[in-house]
Ligand binder design. Sequence first.
Ligand code: NAD
Length: 351
Amino acid sequence: MTLFVTGGAGFIGSAVVRRAIAEGRKTVVFDALAYAANLDNLAAVADDSNYRFIRGDIRDAASVRDAFAETRPTAIMHLAAESHVDRSIDGPGAFIETNVVGTYVLLQETRRYFEALSEEERGAFRFHHISTDEVYGSLGPTGKFREDTPYQPNSPYSASKASSDFLVRAWGETYGLPVVTTNCSNNYGPCQFPEKLIPVVILNALEGKPIPVYGAGENVRDWLYVEDHAEALLLVLGKGRLGETYNIGGDEERRNVDLVRTICTIMDDLTPAADGKPYADLITFVTDRPGHDARYAIDATKIRRELGWSPAMSLDDGLRRTVAWYLENRGWWEAIRRRGFSGDRLGLKTG
Ligand code: NAD
């Protein structure tokens, strides 16, 4: 078995790769090394004989074709994407190029490769597409997203992911590609690029900068620890039913403002501020994100029932671990800061 992981140098992809290698699987990372990629995320497995890295772009058919020919994958896990909603507001073009066109190119090359396999190899082959719950739009105060919830994407990011989900579905239905799709809630944990909410809060607090909370902080998200997600993905890859989609969530809903306050309290405990003040004093309410979805919540009954998966990490424990990781791995994020990523506000429709 050879896993081929697109976007394997990113936040979630690298967690999947670390886990796959720990399980003894042959794993190829195919990644363009765009701004959010980080080979440091893969340092722990870089010397493993089962690990191979190929720098390549999913939009480039020839590089995908060559990589397939060289590595002969038995399964593709597709995580390569532009992933930040705020960036999609400033520059939607890159999201259409990578998430929609790139997925199309990857599907076409996978199809070409798949059709040349033996019948037995085709029987074992899988294309696993990793997507988001944001495709379902926004919830009111009650209810949860199920696999049959109608798609209603509201941001350029979620629209591009919804498009990619539909392409994957169509390549399964029309061309018989053995596909499975997962839609998950907001991930957090080690190695998340410091432009997403949780690392922004931790690093701004450490640097004594204002901690931005969009709008009144009332938006609700369902948080999933990245390593629980990686476990679920490898389970779906192995045991998920073809042509199906599975929702993956942490069952840990929290209002943004409450989440931020919890992180501040953990930081007060683990690394008290030099001036003795609580980090929560740095919380600053800023202009809301345009089209900000009010609430996301995942009903993960299907994956629970069919595959027996449930998240192991509570949000409070996961946040504590995450804060500890950023404290212990200053070099990881200081290098990103030196590359000019300051964590400053994006996505105000000024682009
Ligand atoms: P990330 O931004 O950390 O990583 C994306 C990776 O894709 C990077 O390594 C980047 O170099 C690579 N990439 C980008 N464009 C590429 C291209 N054209 N060719 C090859 N590689 C390319 O993202 P993430 O947070 O790890 O998300 C991974 C996947 O999971 C994405 O598909 C995202 O939509 C989905 N997802 C993420 C979350 C979340 O909370 N982070 C939630 C739901 C779904």
